[in-house]
Ligand binder design. Structure first.
Ligand SMILES: *Cc1c(COP(=O)(O)O)cnc(C)c1O
Length: 342
């Protein structure tokens, strides 16, 4: 347990003592953060630019928060000016929350300016790093993030089932000084602290097979090195993007803020994306994701996360896409696409 905590601190780039895996998937980490930090009636500002920001609003409202939504079109980032404008209407929120890497749209929202705005207003900053952790820079201490959660099955390349979290001393103090008990017994950090702290007081039975899996996944992340891992994700994204471009396809998320680990690709005119995905799976054994919400039918999502972010996967994926698109009438040159990626 101590080794998991210290490896997680190394991966989150934090000295936060309260850094450990919550039992449950990424969404459990989301509930953990909101349930501990929010009390009935608290004002909260949440950035919404995809599925997971929308889920944050739902979770926060169930905790009794009065939520002010800051919405961006799906595929775009949450802009500092939007948060600044919301802070004019709600000047003293308890916290500001948003999703770092929106897996549903492929957009990466920069953290630093939003963090500064939140702290200048006296708020805590809560960040969803489910898809970002292990795939691109996540700097908890440098960015002054108060509460952050991730998941094991995205760029950490571990089975699903744990949600690594980290709370700053300020966030911990907020949870300790609550008027009312945390409404979730299972996720109450004040109780979990005695289990994951030195006392090892029984709270719930830890899913220890998952803890062993996470221990090994973190060991592999640190063996590769964070910087090397980020670079690998970036290079494979750029290779995929170059190959797609040569085929006349483009990444649909905001230029300059495109995720390396989740590539949202605009489906060309006249191509049925459901047919494309089905044939990728059946003919080539490659599963790519559908668009969600307003992007349904318009994009497909190609994951290059953790272990799966490799040159050979980029190559296989481009070859399969090229073949199927040619058959579906979107003519392209396979050799040129692979050369562009290389
Ligand atoms: C996957 C994901 C979640 C939810 O995690 P689960 O493990 O599915 O519960 C939350 N936020 C983001 C950004 C995600 O990609």
């Amino acid at each position: 347990m101590e080794e998991i905590k210290s490896m997680l601190r190394a991966v989150f780039l934090t000295k936060n003592d309260m850094t450990f895996p919550v039992s449950g998937t990424g969404s459990a980490g989301m509930e953990f953060c909101f349930a501990n930090l929010i009390e009935r009636g608290d004002e909260v500002i949440i950035g919404v630019n995809g599925v997971f920001g929308t889920r944050m609003v739902d979770v926060a409202e169930r905790c009794g928060a009065k939520v002010t939504k800051v919405e961006s079109p799906w595929g775009k980032i949450i802009d500092p000016q939007q948060i600044a404008a919301a802070l004019k209407i709600v000047p003293r929120p308890k916290l500001v929350a948003f999703v770092h890497a929106e897996t549903s749209t492929g957009a990466l929202t920069p953290v630093e300016e939003l963090s500064k705005l939140a702290h200048d207003a006296g708020a805590l900053l809560l960040l969803d790093a489910v898809t970002s952790l292990g795939g691109c820079p996540v700097r908890v201490d440098d960015w002054n993030v108060d509460a952050i959660y991730s998941g094991t099955q995205k760029c950490l390349s571990c089975p699903p089932g744990l949600s690594p979290v980290s709370l700053s001393p300020r966030a911990l103090e907020t949870a300790a000084k609550r008027r009312d008990k945390v409404q979730s017994w299972y996720l109450d950090v004040n109780l979990l602290a005695n289990y994951w702290g030195q006392e090892r007081v029984y709270h719930h039975t830890a899913p220890i097979s998952m803890n062993y899996a996470l221990h090994e996944a973190l060991r592999l992340v640190l063996e590769e090195g964070l910087e090397n891992r980020w670079r690998r994700h970036e290079e494979n994204h750029l290779a995929l993007k170059a190959g797609l471009k040569s085929m006349g396809l483009e990444i649909s998320s905001q230029e300059g803020h495109q995720l390396w680990q989740l590539n949202a690709v605009r489906v060309p005119e006249g191509v049925d994306e459901a047919v494309l995905r089905k044939r990728m799976l059946i003919d080539f054994n490659i599963e790519i994701g559908a668009g969600l919400g307003p992007l349904k039918g318009k994009i497909v999502r190609i994951g290059l996360m953790g272990h799966t972010s490799s040159k050979s996967n980029v190559h296989e994926c481009l070859r399969a896409l090229s073949h199927i698109l040619n058959e579906l009438g979107h003519k392209n040159d396979t050799v040129a696409a692979l050369a562009a990626a290389a």
